[in-house]
Design a protein around this ligand. Structure first.
Ligand code: PRP
Length: 211
């Protein structure tokens, strides 16, 4: 059995992926009691995990340091990388939306300024609508931008809607649904075919049994 390295997204997704890996029999005890460690080994499978930021999951998988990655579709959409998207895991569900203060007019002909952590997603969306907008890249807490007049609206992820609500913003347009995806390194799929497909197939079977 060849060794499989799995890159996991730190944070919200991490908590949802552990039960899924356990369901297919991969021991995740080190991940559940992790302290400040960033590399973990399974005690019953020839699998190890690294915990990294979402965009770095793509980088580790693209370069083949990780064979498999678990990351949100939002990050895949924003960053073009050479890798295979294999399974929609159905966890980490949220959506990309255009949101702003209630006085925002989405139909205004005035050129809009859009603040976002996802400039590629936002530009592609407005380009599809035939609208020329100015994009301002923000690294986080993007909801502040329309409140303080930096932008007319934001393109951001909405999960529970609590952040928008608590800051007096509302959704004007939904762009698309998002969920976590299992991605794979192209060479690993060939070189470690049996080990890779054993994990991928078990996850797919578990997900379809749940429906
Ligand atoms: C994301 C997103 C929203 C919030 C949405 O931010 O950018 O701010 O979550 O979630 P909700 O609909 O459940 O309120 P994140 O928590 O990743 O932090 P950030 O703003 O620092 O990027």
């Amino acid at each position: 059995m060849r060794h499989i390295q799995i890159a996991l997204t730190k944070g919200r997704l991490e908590k949802q992926i552990v039960p899924l890996l356990e369901k297919i029999g991969i021991d995740c005890s080190e991940l559940k009691d992790k302290g400040r460690k960033l590399v973990f080994h399974s005690h019953n499978a020839n699998v190890s995990f690294i915990l990294v930021k979402a965009v770095d999951v793509l980088t580790y998988v693209e370069h083949g340091v990780a064979d498999i990655g678990i990351v949100g579709k939002d990050v895949i959409m924003e960053n073009e990388k050479e890798l295979y998207e294999m399974v929609d895991l159905g966890i980490g569900r949220c959506k990309f939306s255009v949101a702003s203060i209630p006085s925002y007019n989405p139909d205004s002909y005035k050129k809009k300024t859009i603040a976002t952590k996802y400039p590629n997603v936002a530009s592609a969306y407005f380009r599809r609508k035939g609208e020329d907008v100015e994009i301002i890249k923000i690294e986080g807490s993007v909801e502040i931008a329309p409140l303080l007049g930096l932008a007319d609206a934001i393109v951001d992820i909405v999960e529970t809607g609590a952040t928008l609500r608590e800051n007096g913003l509302i959704v004007f347009e939904d762009i698309c649904d998002i969920s976590a995806r299992l991605i794979a390194n192209k060479a690993s799929l060939k070189m470690k075919k049996d080990e890779m497909f054993s994990i991928i197939t078990q996850i797919e079977e578990h997900l379809s049994a749940r429906v």
